[in-house]
Design a protein. Structure first.
Length: 381
C-alpha cells in the first residue's frame, strides 16, 4: 500500500479536527525548500535560474523546524533545489521525524547512495525520487544522460536498507500514454512503494515553455494512461483516488493553495508552491493576509492551466473526508476513463498575469546585501 493505513488515519483525523474546530483554511502539506541550488538543470524547472547569491542561501535547521512548528501540517515535503546538497539535511529530517510528522524527501537521487547512511528508516520517512518516465524520457526531461540509471540504483539501495521509497513523476505534453503506463509497471518492478504523478506547471521562468499541458490535454492524457491500468488500480499511487479522478476530468475542483504552504529562503511564498508573487514573514501572515480569492483557475491568468498536485491534492483529500463513500468507490472501482467530463471552469473573468519575478528577486537580493553588510567584520577599528 503506497500510503500505510496508519498515515491515512493520522491525516484523516487531522482533517476532521480542523473541520470540527470550524477552520476554513488549514495546511495539509508543508512544502519546505531549504535551498534552491541543484546539481541538475532540468528544462521544466522554475527554481534554478536565481542569481548565485540566492542559490547560495540555505535555511538553517532551526528555521526549518520553526517552519514545521508554526505551520503544524501533518506532512512535510522537502523539495528544492536538491535537498541532499544541504549539509544539514539529515538533522532537518531527524527533527521533523522526532515531531512525528510524515516527511517526504524529494531528490533526484544523484547523491542518495552517498548520503544514505545519514538517515534511518522510519514509518514517518519516505524517499521521493524524481523520475519523469523510462530511461529515455527521464534523461531527456532532466537534460542529462545516465540520471535514470543512477536513480534506479539508488532506489534499490534505499529499499535494501529498509526505507520506504516513492517516485514523483511530472508529465509534459510530449508524454505518450502507452509509454507512461509501461513506465508505471516498470516503477513497481524497481521496487518502489508508491507513485506520485502530476502534470507540469508552466513556471514563467522555466527554460522550456513549449511542453506544458493545458487542462483539456491533461484530462485526456490521464484518461488514456489510467485506462491502461484498470482505472489506476493496476498501480500503487501515493495520492488520493479523488485527485486521480480530478486529473481524469471527473471532478470540478477549485485549488486549495493554502493546503500546501511553501517556506523557502525568501520567507512564506504567496500564494502557493507554484507561484511566487510575494513573501510573508510568518506563516500566520501568509494565511491571514493573502488575498486568496485573487488566485485559482478562473481568477488569474497564470492559474488557467494548473492541475498540479500541490494545488489540488488538498482539495481532493478534504473532499474524501467529507464524502468518504465517493472516495472509497473511486478507490475500489477505479477512475472513470470515459463518458462526459465535469464542466470546465470559465476563464472569462480571470485577471491578467502580473510578472513579478524580477521585482521579487531584486527585493530579496537587496535584503541579502543588507544582511551581508551587517554581518561583515568591521574594518574601521
Ligand atoms: S491554480 Fe492554485 S495551485 Fe495552481 S498556480 Fe494557481 S493558485 Fe497555485
Amino acid at each position: 500500500m503506497a500510503i500505510p493505513f496508519f498515515q491515512k488515519a493520522r491525516i484523516g483525523a487531522y482533517v476532521l479536527r480542523q473541520h470540527l474546530a470550524g477552520r476554513q483554511r488549514y495546511p495539509l502539506v508543508l512544502m519546505l525548500e531549504p535551498l534552491f541550488r541543484c546539481n541538475l538543470a532540468c528544462a521544466g524547472c522554475g527554481k534554478i535560474d536565481y542569481p548565485e547569491n540566492i542559490l547560495d542561501r540555505r535555511l538553517s535547521v532551526g528555521e526549518c523546524l520553526d517552519a514545521v512548528d508554526d505551520c503544524g501540517a501533518p506532512v512535510v515535503s522537502i523539495a528544492g533545489g536538491e535537498p541532499l546538497l544541504h549539509k544539514e539535511i539529515d538533522a532537518i529530517v531527524a527533527g521533523i521525524v522526532e515531531r512525528r510528522k510524515f516527511v517526504y524527501l524529494c531528490t533526484n537521487a544523484l547523491l542518495l547512495q552517498k548520503r544514505l547512511r545519514l538517515f534511518e528508516p522510519s514509518r514517518y520517512f519516505v524517499w521521493s525520487v524524481h523520475l519523469d518516465g523510462d530511461r529515455e524520457m527521464h534523461d531527456r526531461s532532466v537534460c542529462e544522460e545516465g540520471v535514470y540509471t543512477r536513480a534506479a540504483a539508488a532506489i534499490a539501495a534505499a529499499k535494501a536498507r529498509g526505507f520506504r521509497v516513492n517516485i514523483n513523476c511530472t508529465l509534459f505534453n510530449d508524454a505518450n500514454a502507452e509509454r507512461v503506463a509501461q513506465f508505471f509497471d516498470e516503477a513497481h518492478s524497481l521496487g518502489v512503494d508508491g507513485i506520485t504523478v502530476s502534470p507540469g506547471y508552466a513556471y514563467e521562468r522555466a527554460p522550456d515553455q513549449a511542453h506544458f499541458l493545458t487542462r483539456t490535454n491533461t484530462k485526456r492524457l490521464f484518461r488514456d494512461i489510467l485506462r491502461r491500468g484498470r482505472g489506476s488500480r493496476a498501480w500503487s499511487f501515493s495520492q488520493s483516488s479523488l485527485f486521480l479522478d480530478f486529473l481524469a476530468g471527473n471532478q470540478e475542483y477549485r485549488c486549495t493553495p493554502w493546503g500546501n504552504p511553501t517556506r523557502n529562503v525568501f520567507g512564506w511564498q504567496r500564494p502557493c508552491y507554484l507561484l511566487g508573487e510575494g513573501y510573508a514573514s510568518s506563516f500566520r501572515e501568509l494565511m491571514d493576509e493573502t488575498d486568496w480569492d485573487a488566485y485559482g483557475t478562473g481568477n488569474y491568468e497564470k492559474c488557467a492551466n494548473c492541475m498540479v498536485h500541490s494545488g489540488y491534492e488538498a482539495t481532493a483529500v478534504i473532499d474524501a473526508v467529507r464524502h468518504p463513500i465517493k472516495a472509497l468507490k473511486v478507490g475500489a472501482l477505479g477512475v472513470r476513463t470515459d463518458g462526459p467530463m465535469a464542466p470546465e471552469i470559465s476563464l472569462s473573468s480571470q485577471r491578467p498575469a502580473e510578472f513579478t519575478f524580477s521585482s521579487n528577486v531584486e527585493r530579496e537580493l537587496a535584503k541579502i546585501r543588507v544582511t551581508e553588510r551587517r554581518t561583515e567584520p568591521s574594518t574601521s577599528a
